[in-house]
Design a protein around this ligand. Structure first.
Ligand code: ADP
Ligand code: MG
Length: 691
């Protein structure tokens, strides 16, 4: 039999050019794609359920005789059809119906329906059931298997997808769909045969355990989940290999610059900073590109580590680019690096998207000319930015950058030949299991020690009915010479509304706290205005800063010791942790008030309680993962890494260690199986993370 991966969808009955295009849009190009387009869930249409035995919420096939059909005028006009089967009666309700439809539902008509039974005004009702009239002479067979419900897109019906999978299944056999998991691995990890798993999942038998399937615990699912996670792992390891195969500038350990830098710094690096610094220094001295992730909780001092790495490249006469996801953060790095490097005689350039006109072309020219240190936003990724001798790229807060952007950097190396080293820093601690999967292409260093003298932030939950007391608290703190943040959270995904709310809050607090100097900062302000406000807050000219979550990452004002977060229930825990990390940076005892809007849901209360209990980012990340699931936590859109078809990182996290071992075995012993697996599971171009 021909391999199904080689048979185009147009080989199926009923697939013409128009349908071919629709299918291509969801990545279905050949029969293997069709078979790996798996149902999201199932309906049981294999049995007719007596009306008397129906439970509310149950999806079921029922049969009965129409005992009456009336148009009723409730809140909305609807057609109500009474159906009875000897065991009971229920109503079918139609809000949209034609005269012809009404005529077809006359008293005495024998119907078979499918739909969800819901509690109605008088017993159970089914809204807009699928139905057909039965002819008493010829009995209508029920379905022989559970009915699959596929993920779909506009213009592609379930009916159509079922027909296609039916046809593809008819051609399925062990030879038409090669099993790329070697028998030895399948045995070691107790994985069943691929073709049987596929057949089962498209058309489960009537006795299949729907609950087990819904929870993803069935062996057939397990078989595919394993293969999918394995493939994902392989793609990241391939990515890593392809980067490692490049040449990178070898940077000898630096001596002079770090010495002078540390002397001026005013504090000694922590043990963790020294250890991670040494790991990086070693990598940079190698001829292949470093790909290292530094995970360190907020305030752990990642910037110093980044500076030490930069100095190694700078001392060797190369360029360094440092990029951050927001302008505020990039700007702060710019100020820090200018302060640190200029005394050493090293110039620092600035590049952001908002830099326009002459200033921009001047910056571009300087960079092309070999300006040693360049700090900016993702504008640094743009094609027009050409470096002369780029040897190291430092990316802060990596979870906002995609893999594809990291790859784009390859082209920016020395003469486009040497690939720059990459140092990625994140303050979003990722639970170990996930890190293994999400960052399989990176080496990891952990900065697990905070600089001395930090006191944990004391966090309290306060209902917003006590807002006035909280305002008084801000007054008291500022009168003692401390500074405070008042953070307004995102309103319904609308940045505009959120900024407006921040403006309103700013006015309210300015008038309530007339004697305090209050500032406002939000995402819709001009970069220059933001910088002025930030600078004033840093210098202590402003005592209270009303802000949106733009201050979430990196902003560093040690004298700020109080943070109020409005509606914290709207934010993820990782984000709350980031925000809270803006205080507790000095030696004063710091406080964070989570000013929530009651009533909180059960989970909402539990989540905020976690914030009160711990300041450890790793613990928070683990608990957040348990409560919310990984997609949300990592931000699927940003990473582009976690869009699985059958796997669910949360549910299947315990498989990851085995998956990683299997991936290593496959790469070492069956390398020819890797490409077919990638082609099977990943859409074109996604193979190296280019979503
Ligand atoms: P993050 O890891 O969150 O990026 P930063 O690099 O912004 O942390 O550092 C937070 C603060 O701690 C800064 O004010 C920085 O100067 C200070 N800091 C960093 N390392 C040390 C150290 N070893 N001793 C004292 N303070 C330090
Ligand atoms: Mg930082």
């Amino acid at each position: 039999m021909t391999e199904l991966a080689k048979v185009p969808v147009t080989a199926l009955k009923g697939v013409g050019a128009a349908l071919e295009e629709k299918l291509a849009r969801v990545g279905l190009e050949n029969l293997q794609d069709i078979l790996f387009h798996l149902p999201l869930r199932y309906q049981d249409r294999t049995r007719v359920i007596p009306i008397g035995a129906l439970r509310p919420g149950q999806d079921a096939v029922i049969e009965g005789v129409v005992s009456g059909a009336d148009v009723v005028m409730g809140k909305r006009r609807s057609l109500l059809v009474r159906l009875q089967d000897g065991s009971g009666t229920l109503n079918l309700r139609f809000y949209h119906f034609s005269q012809a439809q009404k005529d077809g539902l006359k008293r005495g008509t024998h119907l078979r329906c499918y739909g969800e039974a819901r509690p109605g005004a008088s017993g159970l009702e089914i809204y807009h059931p699928e139905y057909r009239a039965l002819n008493d002479a010829t009995p209508a067979p029920v379905e022989q298997t559970l009915t699959p419900i596929y993920p779909t897109t506009e213009g592609l019906t379930q009916q159509r997808l079922r027909q296609l999978s039916q046809q593809a299944l008819a051609r399925l056999g062990p030879n038409s769909l090669p099993d790329w998991l070697p028998a030895e691995l399948a045995r070691d990890y107790q994985l069943g045969p691929l073709d049987e798993a596929i057949r089962y999942l498209h058309r489960p038998p009537p006795d299949a355990d729907l609950e087990e399937l819904a929870e993803g615990r069935h062996w057939a699912q397990h078989r595919l989940v394993f293969e999918e996670l394995l493939t994902h792992q392989l793609s990241l390891q391939r990515l890593r290999e392809s980067l490692r195969a490049q040449q990178a500038p070898q940077l000898p350990p630096a001596r002079k610059l770090p010495q002078r830098f540390l002397k001026n710094l005013g504090f000694a690096p922590t043990g963790a900073q020294q250890r991670v610094g040494a790991e990086i220094a070693y990598d940079l001295a190698q001829p292949e590109p470093m790909l290292r992730l530094v995970q360190g909780d907020v305030g752990a001092g990642k910037t110093v580590v980044a500076a030490l790495a930069a100095l190694q490249a700078l001392e060797a006469g190369y360029q360094v680019a440092l990029m951050a996801p927001t302008e505020i953060l990039a700007e702060q790095h710019f100020l820090n690096f200018s302060k640190w490097l200029e005394p050493l005689g090293i110039e620092v350039a600035w590049l952001a998207g908002k830099l326009k006109g002459k200033a921009r072309s001047a910056a571009l020219e300087k960079i092309a000319d070999g300006m040693p240190m360049v700090v900016g936003t993702h504008a640094l990724f743009q094609d027009e930015v050409k470096f002369k001798r780029l040897a190291l790229v430092i990316i802060d807060e990596q979870h906002r950058f995609g893999v594809q952007q990291r790859l784009a950097l390859r082209q920016k190396g020395v003469d486009g030949r040497l690939c720059p080293h990459q140092l990625i820093m994140t303050a979003t601690p990722i639970p170990r299991t996930l890190a293994m999967s999400a960052y399989a292409d990176l080496d990891t260093s952990i900065l697990d020690e905070l600089p001395p003298g930090r006191t944990p932030v004391n966090t309290v939950l306060v209902a917003d009915s006590r807002r006035i007391e909280v305002i008084e608290r801000v007054r008291a703190a500022c009168q003692e010479g401390r500074q405070a943040y008042w953070v307004c959270t995102l309103i319904e995904e609308s940045e505009e509304l959120t900024c407006q709310a921040a403006e309103t809050t700013y006015e309210e607090l300015s008038s309530a706290l007339g004697e305090l100097r209050v500032g406002l900062i939000h995402g819709r302000m001009k970069a220059a205005d933001k910088a002025v406000v930030m600078q004033a807050f840093k210098e202590g000219l402003l005592q209270l800063l009303v802000a949106t979550t733009v201050i979430e990452v990196g902003v560093d004002v040690p004298n700020a010791s109080l943070m109020i977060i409005e509606n914290p229930e709207r934010l993820g825990l990782a984000q709350l942790h980031q925000l809270r990390g803006r205080v507790g940076r000095g030696s004063a005892a710091s406080h964070c008030v989570l000013l929530y809007h009651p009533p909180l849901s059960h989970i909402g209360r539990e989540r905020l309680a976690i914030m009160r209990e711990t300041c450890d980012g790793f613990v928070i990340a683990e608990r957040d993962l348990e409560l919310r699931g990984p997609g949300e936590m990592l931000g699927t859109r940003q990473t582009g890494l976690l869009q699985f078809k059958v796997a669910d990182l949360m549910r299947d996290a315990d498989l990851l260690p085995a998956v990683r071992d299997a991936a290593q075995a496959l790469l070492a012993r069956w390398p020819q199986h890797v490409s077919p697996l990638l082609a099977r599971w990943l859409r074109h171009g996604q193979q190296y993370g280019q979503v």
